[in-house]
Design a protein around this ligand. Structure first.
Ligand SMILES: [Zn+2]
Length: 444
């Protein structure tokens, strides 16, 4: 509670020093104000800008991307994308300010988007139509491949269609993006023959650049002993694109999407991905990336855990890999690793239960006798209240854990039910038909 205001103050000073602004601009340093100001200044639809930030970082100003992205909007100069340099040229703000100050970061992204809209020929009337910004958003992806550019822009528009909640919330609205030339590019994972993975049919296939992995025939040359678990430090589209960027010199076999557990394969299983930072481990492992940033648990959804565990279970069967933590390992656990992923918020207990086939879900009816039930950010009364569910509502139980002891409708219990990502309720207010732990539902 103390650090943030101080940090913001320092950044505010830095921003003002870089580009004198109207005095009122310094009055409100919240993310909401940053988006409102940037949208007004560059005539970019505010919610489009917010959705872009949500896709890039979940609106987390701390986000430090692997492909060089900085801040909420992941401005980057990385060999393909040059949004950081472009933002600096357009705004007159220093690259340091654009990297570290959220108002500058958001303003920079708005300026870049506006310049893309201008070069696409959007006039003032067109700029007022959110659907016309699609080509500008797709260009912002900095993707090598048009299909990935479409994936990125579709994500931004899908989020607007469904609405989302985070540090800033955006309500659902109808969207009908004008995709321009990208309308001819197949939608990601649309099932067109030729885009599905030969190794794992649920996966879309988007090959990494040949400069980023080693062609092999591992079935005859190396045993596959490990599955290495990673977190992307970037968006789904951004990570797939990074593997296609010859400057990256990295690749993983598979990447999962946070929102729904969708998966893309970038390297054939027979080939050696460059993901572990250790040649011996690269030769003996399959690398799996998960969309997100290690220090923000909002990315680690039940959908992604379950989809990833299904693949890992498949791989362990295919290659005879034991389903234990000696063989399904963190990138951090690879000898010599300089990365910390998947980080402290990755729930190994839950993941390994799923990998070992404990994949059930439970359901129950909230029974508080009258009032709404608090939803907390973790399994205990010491965690913040993050929402509520109404008495009588049905909830899905993705996994269960022990936490603080609570006395409620169904007696006294220390069992807590995870009913969504970062959403927990005490079991003693939920009629699941079971006393405490539900058979077949994983612990987490
Ligand atoms: Zn990693």
């Amino acid at each position: 509670m103390v650090r943030r205001p101080l940090l913001s103050l320092v950044l505010a000073v830095a921003l003002v020093a870089a580009a004198p602004a109207a005095p009122s601009a310094a009055a409100d340093r919240t993310p909401s104000a940053a988006f409102t100001a940037a949208a007004a200044r560059y005539d970019v639809p505010r919610d489009l800008l917010v959705s872009l930030g949500y896709a890039q970082s979940r609106l987390d100003e701390r986000a430090a991307g692997r492909s060089g992205g900085h801040g909420m909007m992941q401005l980057a100069d990385n060999g393909v994308s040059r949004t950081l340099s472009e933002a600096s040229a357009l705004t007159g703000l220093s690259r340091a300010a654009l990297r570290t100050s959220s108002p500058a970061n958001v303003a920079g992204a708005a300026a870049v988007l506006r310049s893309y809209a201008d070069s696409a020929g959007l006039d003032a009337a067109a700029r007022a139509d959110l659907d016309r910004w699609y080509p500008a958003v797709a260009r912002f992806a900095g993707a090598v491949d048009d299909t990935v550019a479409r994936l990125f822009a579709d994500t931004v528009y899908d989020q607007l269609a469904t609405g989302f909640e985070g540090p800033l919330s955006v309500s659902a609205r109808p969207v009908a993006p004008d995709r321009g030339k990208l309308a001819r590019v197949p939608a990601w994972g649309s099932g067109d023959v030729g885009v599905l993975s030969a190794d794992y049919p649920p996966a879309a296939w988007a090959p990494a650049n040949s400069a980023n992995f080693t062609v092999s025939s591992r079935e005859s040359s190396y045993p596959i002993d490990f599955v290495v678990i990673h977190v992307t430090q970037g968006s789904y589209a951004g990570s797939i694109s990074w593997f296609q960027n010859p400057a990256s010199k990295v690749s993983a076999h598979y990447t999962f999407r946070s929102s729904d557990g969708a998966v893309t394969q970038s390297v054939r299983e027979k080939d050696i991905g460059w993901h572990a930072g250790n040649w011996d481990y690269n030769t003996r492992s399959i690398g799996i990336e998960h969309e997100g940033f290690v220090d923000n648990p909002a990315w680690f959804t039940d959908a992604m855990y379950r989809a990833s565990a299904t693949l890992t279970r498949n791989l362990t069967t295919k290659y005879g890999i034991p389903r234990d933590r000696a063989h399904i390992i963190a990138h951090r656990e690879v000898p010599g690793a300089t990365h910390t992923d998947p980080g402290p918020h990755w729930n190994w207990t839950y993941y390994m239960q799923l990998v070992n086939g404990v994949t059930g879900t439970g359901s129950g009816t909230v029974d508080t006798a009258s009032t709404n039930l608090n939803v907390r950010g973790g399994p205990g009364t010491g965690y913040a209240v993050v929402g509520s569910v109404a008495d009588g509502a049905r909830v899905t139980v993705w996994c269960q854990a022990t936490g603080t002891t609570v006395t409620g409708t169904f007696g006294t219990s220390n069992v807590w039910n995870r009913i969504g990502t970062g959403r927990w309720v005490s079991d003693t207010f939920v009629n699941t038909g079971h006393n405490g732990f539900i058979p077949g539902v994983p612990r987490c």
